[in-house]
Design a protein around this ligand. Structure first.
Ligand code: BG6
Length: 487
């Protein structure tokens, strides 16, 4: 594989919340990787802004230790001190009062007028309005400036609408980049390449040939350390409304006429609007119990009566011509058996079996693995080699990216790296549009309201398993089964 790196134009990226957890773990190490990869030009600058009283030198030390701790392992040969120093030179810091006037004039002096300016709101949504207003008041934003906002984008339809309205007072939609980091994952984009770059799959990609689709995002981590946030969200708000919904959209959408931001996002929006309301018996919620000396969800959340789910499995119907009759099963949870995310497209049985009963029935399954070991597998049925008659077996046509691309696979940018570079390039394809987020909440709200009205408690499950037994039943009673969760 020949990697082609095209440096982006000169930019000033201001990170509000520049000393926060996301900046430390993802944004700053990601920028460093792009610098090492030759995509962030020498003319670019990153300006951390927060309440902390760092000067440039102090901030550079802070970032150096963040990179030591969190920069992914790839390209170790390039991570010499000189490269790191050259990157750190690009960094500045301004102490700022997001809701007052402190620091804004200093920031205005620092941000250049003749390069792209981008403002990353890596702060709670309650500060979005104050920041947006001050960017204008202090002349920091022009029609070409970009703002980047993180999830959670609201906690229901009303709050998402309010946030959209606040941002719209100061910025046009074409300037707002709502991050869902799942869209920046390599395999997620590959989904579009596979669907729309090949003749092979698209004719079969519908209810006539596909029995069902499974989307699994399984994690081994619990919610310890972020229990206060998580307990107000649960798996539905934290994962399903955004990450799993985006995966579902990319699988289910019609081919856009062009690969441009609005054509793609128009098609995703149509999918969300085609989702049927979900019946209560098509959802299973779970909460991890304690195991040995490992805390339970309720311990981690410090809420002994919590009714918040750390696991969810559900059956979703997409009501349109393409998918009517083909269910989508989604599941995600914390403290499961392995960290494994995959999408499986399970095709129907061949319409007529010409082989003996003993040959068994076999199904083609296209599996798209998001993590770990990104890649795709197409299960095909062949004859078992050797004598003994016509016995069938399934073999995988396997394409693991690590195998196919060798050491170059390490150069594949991580989600945040790619998304930040897209912001600078001004490409919104992999970002959520305001109406998409609102449509996702409009579908999610009644589900959550239903649980709250019924005071429904999630089912406890053993950590290290595949979630509550009822989740297995959700599929089994329809003659289907979940795929194994394998890390
Ligand atoms: C975040 C959620 O958006 O995504 C976390 O808030 C979750 O709860 C994380 O752990 C999963 O991301 P990834 O990239 O590790 O699959």
């Amino acid at each position: 594989m020949v990697s082609r790196v095209i440096p982006v134009e000169a930019f000033d990226l201001v990170i509000f919340g520049g000393t926060g957890d996301l900046a430390r773990r993802k944004i700053l190490p990601g920028l460093f990787r792009r610098f090492v990869g030759g995509q962030m030009p020498d003319t670019a600058r990153v300006i951390g802004a927060s309440r902390s009283d760092y000067d440039d030198a102090g901030y550079r030390d802070f970032v150096r230790s963040a990179i030591d701790e969190f920069a992914p392992s790839g390209r170790t040969e390039d991570r010499d001190d000189a490269t790191l120093d050259a990157f750190l030179e690009r960094l500045h810091f301004v102490t700022i009062d997001a809701t007052g006037d402190g620091g804004w004039k200093d920031l205005a002096k620092l941000v250049r007028k003749d390069v792209i300016s981008a403002y990353y709101f890596s702060v709670g949504p309650s500060l979005f309005g104050a920041l947006a207003e001050r960017l204008h008041k202090y002349g920091l934003a022009d029609d070409d400036s970009r703002i980047v906002v993180e999830k959670p984008f609201g906690r229901d339809l009303a709050s998402a609408k309010a946030l959209n309205a606040t941002l719209a007072e100061h910025f046009s939609e074409s300037q707002v980049y709502r991050i869902d980091h799942y869209l920046g994952k390599e395999t997620v984009q590959n989904l579009m390449a596979v669907r729309f770059g090949n003749m092979l799959f698209e004719p079969l990609w519908n209810a006539q040939y596909v029995d069902h689709i499974q989307i699994t995002v399984a994690e081994t981590v619990g919610v310890g350390g972020r229990g206060a946030y998580y307990d107000k969200s649960g798996a539905m708000r934290d994962m399903v409304q955004n990450h799993l919904m985006q995966l579902l959209c990319l699988i289910a959408m019609e081919p856009p006429s062009r690969f441009d931001p609005d054509s793609v996002r128009d098609e995703k929006l149509k999918v969300i609007r085609s989702l049927d309301p979900v019946l209560p018996h098509h959802i299973v919620r779970g909460q991890y119990a304690a195991a040995g000396d490992q805390p339970s969800y309720r311990d981690d959340a410090e809420n002994e009566r919590s009714l918040t789910e750390s696991f969810i499995a559900m059956k979703i119907n997409v009501s349109n011509w393409r998918w009517s009759g083909t269910p989508f099963y989604l599941r995600t949870g914390k403290r499961l058996k392995s960290r494994a995310s995959e999408i499986a497209v399970v095709f129907k049985d061949a319409p007529h079996l010409i082989f003996d009963q003993e040959a068994g029935t076999h199904r083609n399954i296209l599996t798209i693995r998001l993590q770990p070991n990104e890649g795709m597998t197409l299960g095909v049925t062949i004859k078992e080699p050797g004598p003994g008659g016509m016995r069938l077996m399934d073999v995988p046509l396997d394409m693991s990216f690590a195998d196919a691309f060798g050491p170059d696979a390490e150069d594949v940018p991580e989600a945040y790296e790619r998304l930040i570079m897209d912001v600078i390039r001004g490409n919104q394809t992999l970002f959520m549009r305001g109406d998409e987020v609102e449509a996702a909440w409009a579908w999610t709200d009644p589900i959550i309201e239903g649980w709250e009205e019924r005071g429904e408690a999630p089912k406890p499950y053993e950590p290290g398993t595949v979630g509550p037994e009822d989740a297995q039943m959700l599929m089994m009673r329809e003659g289907r089964r979940w795929r194994e969760i394998k890390g």
